[in-house]
Design a protein around this ligand. Structure first.
Ligand code: ATP
Ligand code: MG
Length: 266
């Protein structure tokens, strides 16, 4: 798997974030944490009863960290990812993204944060099948102030960063293999130079060889300074991150032993 090189970065608009290789310069605030979440709870209320999906989750993620959140089905992983991704709000607790209090944001501001500062990668790739690979990657740029002339160079750089062969850039996305499609989805998450890449079970639909390729892409982005939070229920996948926390019944733990001792992450 090719690592990201400085050559690839020269096309990127450095006005907000620098480029892929210098993502460590991208935090415009003084907080050392991209994610600073304290005592998050999320209660789903319904006539049938309440579901306590998160029960006081505290999590801090520093700029440039590659964190895995591991837990079994129903443990609260996607609920937590939705809150960290500003797709949902916590029932209680606080969440600061790059030092900014998410609670104070309007819906429009949250939409802007999602479009420009968070890159999402999901288990189901969500690429548009009938448009080319490069146009899929350019899509998030339509919702930003990125000048038209910079869209193609940025999309090309993002695709190179995840080792997609140039020959594939103009192929339709439904002509690619599963591993290639997921790497294109990662390039799409990356194209805005987001502060945070959030991946929810990104290898859940892939065989072990393509899983390895996709994880190598995340490792390469991590080496280039990106901040990545990867959610998984597989220990092999989690072991590729540089830190792993564990979620069970809506509580987060800093080690398996802590989970067994029911001690929460502080
Ligand atoms: N919209 C919702 N309404 C009611 N309950 C929900 C909702 N979304 C999730 N839940 C419940 O909250 C709990 C946590 O769900 P969540 O989807 O976060 O788990 P998960 O760890 O992502 O699971 P999986 O590995 O299966 O994706 C589960 O008990 C689930 O049934
Ligand atoms: Mg889930």
């Amino acid at each position: 798997m090719k690592s990201f090189s400085s050559h690839d970065s020269i096309h990127f608009d450095s006005s907000r974030t620098g480029n892929l290789a210098t993502a460590s310069q991208s935090v415009p605030y003084h907080s050392p944490y991209v994610i600073d979440a304290q005592r998050l709870t999320r209660v789903y209320r319904s006539p049938a009863g309440n579901t306590y999906a998160l029960r006081g989750v505290t999590l801090r993620v520093k700029q440039g960290e590659f964190l895995a959140i591991m837990g079994s089905s129903g443990s609260g992983k996607s609920t937590l990812m939705s809150i960290l991704g500003c797709l949902d709000t916590a029932t209680s607790g606080s969440y600061y993204l790059e030092g900014e209090d998410i609670k104070t944001k309007t819906d429009d501001e949250l939409a802007s944060i999602r479009a420009t500062r968070i890159g999402f990668v999901f288990q189901s790739f969500n690429l548009l099948p009938r448009i080319s690979v490069i146009r899929n990657v350019m899509l998030p740029l339509l919702y930003t102030a990125c000048p038209v002339r910079e869209r193609i160079p940025r999309a090309r750089a993002a695709l190179r960063a995840v080792s997609i062969d140039e020959k594939l850039f103009d192929h339709m996305s439904n002509e690619l293999s599963g591993g290639q499609v997921q790497r294109v989805a990662i390039a799409r998450a990356l194209v805005n130079s987001p502060a945070l890449i959030l991946a929810d079970e990104p290898t859940g639909n892939l065989d072990s060889e393509t899983t390895d390729q996709v994880l190598s892409s995340f490792e390469s982005l991590h080496r280039a300074g990106r901040t990545i939070v990867l959610i998984t229920h597989e220990s092999d996948v989690a072991s590729r991150a540089d830190r792993c926390v564990y979620i069970k019944d809506g509580c987060l733990y800093d080690s398996v032993a802590a989970m067994h001792n029911a001690r929460k992450v502080v």
